[in-house]
Design a binder for this molecule. Structure first.
Ligand SMILES: Nc1c(NC[C@H](O)[C@H](O)[C@H](O)CO)[nH]c(=O)[nH]c1=O
Ligand SMILES: CC(=O)[C@@H](O)COP(=O)(O)O
Length: 165
């Protein structure tokens, strides 16, 4: 059933604090603030350094992350926003293109947690940004990907590999 609690893997631990960029589209300001609160709390809980930038809407989030990713300044990214269905098909465009943009960036190596809510109405958004803490969940996803990226990068350098015998 929607909103039922689900399994979350244990939070990774970091020898070196990751640096995370939060890109938020405060199209719905109160919703964005709840998402930010949850994401920042999760990042603080593992000692991650983080900063936040705002963009006009969800469609701009992938572009902003792409720009930041090319600077190699950040280990991971958290995308936060809220898309609420209106009268036209623009809802599908905003949802699908923002999500697809983030997926393409992820496949190119960016560690991104997607906290862009795609909902039918404001009440659905408020529950997901609040008690369901989707912002924290997006931050958690980004942190897992950062940990995985570091693990495989270190292994490829022979770091942490203990030869047998
Ligand atoms: N309707 C919503 C939008 N629309 C704006 C687009 O995201 C974009 O900024 C515009 O098309 C200019 O490129 N954005 C949201 O974040 N949420 C919405 O509900
Ligand atoms: C998600 C949207 O772009 C939507 O809020 C725009 O509303 P409308 O489809 O009524 O123009």
């Amino acid at each position: 059933m929607a909103g039922q609690s689900h399994y979350s893997p244990p939070m990774p631990e970091f020898d070196e604090a990751p640096k995370v960029l939060i890109v938020v589209a405060p199209y719905y300001r109160d919703i964005a603030d709840d998402l930010l609160k949850g994401a920042r709390a999760k990042l603080d809980s593992v000692g991650a350094a983080h900063e936040t930038v705002e963009v006009p809407g969800a469609l701009e989030i992938p572009t902003a992350i792409g720009i930041a990713h090319r600077t190699a300044e950040f280990d991971g990214f958290v995308a936060l926003g809220c898309v609420i269905r209106g009268e036209t098909s623009h809802y599908e465009t905003v949802c699908n293109d923002s999500s697809r943009g983030l997926t393409m960036l992820g496949l190119s190596g960016a560690c991104i947690g997607n906290g862009i809510l795609t909902v039918e109405n404001y009440d659905q958004a408020a529950v997901r940004a609040g008690e369901q803490d989707k912002g924290g969940g997006a931050a958690e996803a980004a942190l897992h990907l950062v940990a995985l990226s570091r693990k495989w990068r270190n292994l490829s350098k022979g770091i942490g590999f203990k030869p047998k015998g």
